[in-house]
Design a protein around this ligand. Structure first.
Ligand SMILES: Nc1ncnc2c1ncn2[C@@H]1O[C@H](COP(=O)(O)OP(=O)(O)OP(=O)(O)O)[C@@H](O)[C@H]1O
Ligand SMILES: [Mg+2]
Length: 280
């Protein structure tokens, strides 16, 4: 089966500015990929090309095997834009109904009720957008992206307006989507969140991918820290596999061991190293 999203050699120029300088990226079926990068790195440009809203200067983009922007590609995907604004006078239910018409979904009232329940808005069905908090609007945005049961979702910063509780709700929602086999490309600045939920991350800087992999693959050992009777000893640079030998050595030399921690680089450290001075 074709990957959920594929780009090859993708270039986007806006006049003299190169927003994307030849990007290759794959999101496999059912995979959740986090796209990170500083402001202006090109994340939203990549997503908009994937949706067919922006035309690439060179290279190719495919959604579920169909050329990005084609009717077939659009039918297979859902999209939550970065700075979306729904009309204030529509209710949650009306908004989803409008998007069902736009997407050609025959899901009817049943689909709308299911989506509102999925995002925790079942009691806000008749509430107008203008009477919703930002967090509720953002969750409604996610429900909108799921109209028509897409196989692949572009979510451009879906948790930027959410409080910690709301972010956790969305994280749970992403895990539910994974269980359903929906693939997701998630743009985000919230590194800890991406680390918690994504199968893989790609870091974009000045229009190029500068790091890519599973969060656990990108993490490097920092050292092993052992609490002994006299305090804490740091074995700098040691990895997890060295921990048993270190502890055995300490015990053999008569130390009492109270705790052992394997220290790894955080995604934040990896990110800052990868983007270098590309920070606004
Ligand atoms: N329509 C446009 N015309 C000209 N330049 C544009 C246009 N859209 C984006 N750009 C430029 O392309 C670059 C990439 O922008 P993009 O919105 O993709 O970044 P981003 O990674 O999504 O940033 P952010 O984290 O702030 O959302 C920026 O330098 C931006 O100013
Ligand atoms: Mg953006």
């Amino acid at each position: 089966m074709a990957a959920a999203f594929t780009v090859r050699g993708l270039v986007k120029r806006y006049g003299p500015l190169t927003a994307l300088g030849g990007v290759d990226l794959d999101v496999e079926e059912g995979e959740l990929v986090g796209l990170l990068g500083p402001n202006g790195a090109g994340k939203s440009t990549l997503v908009k090309i994937g949706c067919g809203l922006v035309r690439a200067s060179a290279g190719e983009a495919y959604v579920c095997g169909a050329r990005a922007g084609s009717a077939e590609a659009r039918a297979a995907m859902g999209y939550l834009a970065e700075l979306f604004r729904f009309p204030g006078w529509t209710t949650a239910d009306e908004l989803l109904e409008l998007h069902q018409r736009l997407a050609g979904s025959a899901g009817g009232a049943e689909e709308r009720a299911e989506l509102l329940e999925l995002v925790g808005l079942e009691d806000a069905r008749r509430r107008r957008v203008e009477a919703m908090s930002k967090g509720m609007q953002q969750r409604l945005g996610i429900a909108q992206a799921l109209v028509g049961t897409p196989r692949f979702l572009f979510l451009d910063e879906p948790t930027s307006a959410l409080d910690p509780g709301g972010r956790r709700t969305v994280r749970g929602l992403l895990e539910e989507l994974r269980r359903r086999g929906v693939a997701v490309l998630l743009n985000s600045h919230l590194l800890s969140e991406v680390e918690l939920v994504c199968d893989r991350v790609a870091i974009l800087s000045r229009g190029s991918i500068v790091a890519e992999g599973r969060p656990s693959e990108l993490a490097r050992p920092h050292g092993v820290e052992v609490d002994v009777g006299g305090g804490t000893r740091l074995f700098a640079g040691a990895g997890r596999e060295e921990a048993p030998r270190i502890v055995a050595g300490l015990v053999a030399s008569g130390e009492q061991v109270y705790g052992v921690r394997v220290l790894e680089t955080t995604l934040e450290e990896i990110y800052l190293e990868a983007v270098g001075d590309d920070t606004a």
